[in-house]
Structures are given as structure tokens and as C-alpha cells.
Design a protein around this ligand. Structure first.
Ligand SMILES: Cc1ncc(COP(=O)(O)O)c(C=O)c1O
Length: 417
């Protein structure tokens, strides 16, 4: 998993992306310029143009609520057409939900037990989703089985590990398309094909996929797929998609049961009582902004080049401290995201990783993601168009030595950070 320092190679920095008027890309966002924003992946970041579009919709809603709300389902259905085109799926397969957690909760709340109530997850799963799977298994009277997938497992090895946990009692497989803590892909295509052959429903947690993968459902067979637009798509928060293509989709109901209940999937999701759905309506403006300014292909290439550059400079900086490069083999890498191993003593558990995130924001002025897997701490890099090589160079030069000091202190005095 660790390679020798001599393999570390710091190559050319990608040239920053600019706006049409020549200003840095970051000027199109309202991110605090005093902070360094190195963690797009957790909560996204909304360009000002989409914030303004949402404000316009809010003003319209607040000026004539009695006109706004009855017409809202048709407007949500129209937004679905644009958002489905972005994902390259049919609009009638897509329901809009506030976030990945909500889409997954819809599946957990709706799906019926058919066999032994067993649910298969992996040790890379998002904690909140895995807790939901455990509650569902308890309701079903079955068990959750956790497939152990080594960090560096290839597609084939990861597939074998997941399928080894599946048996005749399995009623649902929950698999991440892109994992949160370990920034890697899992073999959703291979598992999807086999699960369909065995008649086992597959729920794909694709919270990170929209925007990062061009056509995330291409070649993928699954019953349910949930992806956030408010992460890599940069849409206003509270905009996510639930895609369901098989016959089981008729079992799915929104968490807020409302007047659409008698409608078929996905129309019934277009009505959820009196809610602020302005994020859904403004979401296409964020996707269009990236497309019309750089094009999503260019944006994705830049994000990947920059994350790779960040991995190399930060990995090399840690290598100077520890003698080994922090570069990590994650088996099935993800464009735009990377993992860098932290020195021992940092982020060995999720609680410690979260505490490190908060301390870095407070004391270093850096918004960063730190994760933990198998007792080892990592920095998760996730670059977007507003990031530049200078962000990563700053972190490598100014922050890594301090992290090294924090790690030493933690090793000398465990429990005190
Ligand atoms: C893999 C994965 N699943 C689910 C979620 C939950 O997303 P949300 O908070 O938007 O519901 C996340 C968020 O980071 C995630 O990374």
C-alpha cells in the first residue's frame, strides 16, 4: 500500500481555470477567500449564479404562494428533464429527493422483505447508510453482513469479497459507487449483473457520482441508485436524484406522503406537501454554469489533474517527515479524488478524523477532509474547478509540518490532541 519515497514525483501543476472575463474561477463562488477550501466532496459549493437563481425562485414563491404551490409539481417535473439529461438517464426514471440520505431512506422505508431479511454492505459504506441498513435488517428480522474489501482490492477482488457475503437470505445489497472514507470505486457493474441474475435487489449509493462520472449509470444494472447533485454538480443543497428502473420502483414512496401518492413513480415524488423546492428548480443553472464556462469534460479533467498534483505535493511533503510517501493504492481510483496517508497518530478513528478536520479549520484556516479506515488516518483530497495548484502547495508547505507536529504529540500523549 505504501510505495518508496524515491517513486514520488512532483510533476507540473495544472494551469488554473479562468472565467470568461479572465478572473480566477473561484470568483464565481462565494467561498471565504481567507480559508483554503480543499474539501469539495463533503458538502459541495454553490456558484453565485445558482444562489441567485434560487433567490429569484424564492422571491417568486414568497410573492404569490397560492399561485406558486399548485404549479410546483409541473415545474419539478420540468426540472427533472434537465437533471436526468445531465445523468444521461430517462426523466421518467428519476425522482428528486433532498439528499442521498433521503433517497436511501426511501428505499429502506419502502422495500419489502422477500427472503431471509439479510442485507449486505461493505466496510467502505457511509456510516449513516450502514446504520439505516442495520435498522432495516432488524425490522426484517434478518442480519447485516459486512463484506471486507481491502483498500487496494482490484475490481475482481472487490467483487469476490462482496459476493462472498451474499447468500440465499440476502434481500438487499447496498454498495457505494464511490466510497466516502476511502475515495475509491466499488464494482457496482459486476455486482449489479450478478445480483440481477440471482434476483437480489441492489441499491447503489452514488452520493459522489453525479458530476464526477460523466454517465454514472451507463452499463450499470441496479434497482435503485441515489446520487447527490449538490456535491460535484455544485447545485444548491437539498438536490439529489433517486433513479429506479426495475419493477420494484413502484414500491417506492416519498418520505413525505402527500397528494402525489396515487401517481406512478416518479411523479408521486413531485409533490411533498408544502416544501421549499427552489433548490430543485435552480439546480440546472449550476450544471449549465459549469458547462457553458468550461464544459464538464474539461472541468472533470482539470479536477482529476489537480487532485493528482495535490496528492503528489502533499504526499511528498509527508514523505519528508515520515520517510515514506503518503501515496495510497486504492485499487479502483476515482477521478478528482485522492487519499494521502497521514502520519501515525492522526485520524486513527472517525471521531479523531472529525476532530482533526475541526482543528485544521480553526488553527490552519483550511477546510479539509480527514478520514479513517482500518485504524489508519488519511487526508481525502477532492478538487473542483475553483481550486488551484497553489492551494495544495500551501497545504504541503505550511500545514504538513504542523500536522507532523500534531502527530508526534498524539503519539507521545495518546488521547490529547
Ligand atoms: C457515500 C455517501 N453516501 C451518502 C452520503 C450522504 O449524503 P447527504 O448528506 O447529502 O445525504 C454521503 C455524503 O458525503 C456519502 O459520501
Amino acid at each position: 500500500m505504501w510505495s518508496d519515497v524515491s517513486e514520488t514525483e512532483v510533476t507540473t501543476a495544472p494551469r488554473p481555470l479562468l472565467l470568461a472575463d479572465g478572473r480566477p474561477a473561484a470568483r464565481a463562488w462565494s467561498l471565504d477567500p481567507v480559508m483554503k477550501h480543499l474539501n469539495h466532496g463533503s458538502f459541495g459549493a454553490v456558484p453565485v449564479v445558482a444562489q441567485e437563481r434560487q433567490n429569484e425562485f424564492r422571491a417568486e414563491m414568497d410573492s404569490s404562494p397560492v399561485v406558486w404551490f399548485p404549479a410546483l409539481p409541473q415545474r419539478i417535473a420540468a426540472a427533472r428533464i434537465d437533471l436526468a439529461a445531465f445523468l444521461r438517464v430517462a426523466p421518467d426514471d428519476v425522482a428528486l429527493v433532498p439528499n442521498a440520505s433521503a433517497g436511501i431512506s426511501v428505499v429502506f422505508a419502502s422495500l419489502q422483505r422477500r427472503r431471509g431479511g439479510g442485507i449486505v454492505v461493505t466496510d467502505h459504506g457511509y456510516g449513516a447508510v450502514t446504520m439505516g441498513a442495520e435498522r432495516l435488517a432488524r425490522r426484517w428480522g434478518g442480519e447485516v453482513r459486512t463484506a471486507r474489501v481491502p483498500l487496494e482490492a482490484s475490481e475482481e477482488q472487490a467483487y469476490e469479497a462482496v459476493m462472498a457475503a451474499v447468500d440465499d437470505d440476502t434481500d438487499l445489497i447496498v454498495l457505494d459507487q464511490i466510497t466516502s472514507a476511502t475515495a475509491r470505486r466499488l464494482p457496482v457493474e459486476l455486482v449489479g449483473a450478478e445480483a440481477r441474475r440471482r434476483g437480489i435487489p441492489l441499491l447503489v449509493d452514488a452520493a459522489h457520482a453525479p458530476g464526477l462520472i460523466e454517465a454514472p449509470l451507463s452499463g450499470l444494472t441496479c434497482d435503485f441508485w441515489v446520487g447527490n447533485l449538490h456535491k460535484w454538480g455544485c447545485t444548491p443543497r437539498g438536490t439529489a436524484t433517486l433513479v429506479a428502473r426495475g419493477e420494484l420502483r413502484e414500491e417506492l414512496y416519498p418520505l413525505i406522503d402527500s397528494w402525489g401518492a396515487a401517481d406512478p413513480y416518479p411523479d408521486r415524488f413531485d409533490q411533498q406537501g408544502t416544501i421549499d423546492a427552489t433548490g430543485y428548480l435552480a439546480a440546472p443553472s449550476a450544471l449549465d454554469f459549469v458547462e457553458s464556462t468550461w464544459g464538464w469534460d474539461t472541468a472533470r479533467r482539470y479536477m482529476d489533474d489537480l487532485a493528482g498534483y495535490g496528492e503528489r505535493v502533499i504526499g511528498a511533503a509527508f514523505a519528508e517527515l515520515t520517510g515514506v510517501t503518503g501515496t495510497v493504492d486504492v485499487g479502483m481510483p476515482v477521478p478528482g479524488m485522492r487519499l494521502v496517508r497521514l502520519p501515525d497518530g492522526l485520524a486513527g478513528s472517525r471521531v479523531e478524523a472529525d476532530a482533526l478536520r475541526d482543528r485544521a479549520a480553526r488553527e490552519l484556516g483550511v477546510e479539509a477532509a480527514f478520514t479513517s479506515f482500518d485504524g489508519i488516518g488519511y487526508m481525502r483530497l477532492s478538487a473542483h474547478v475553483y481550486n488551484t495548484a497553489a492551494d495544495y502547495e500551501y497545504f504541503a508547505e505550511d500545514c504538513v509540518p504542523l500536522l507532523g507536529r500534531w502527530a508526534r504529540a498524539a503519539r507521545e500523549q495518546p488521547g490529547v490532541s
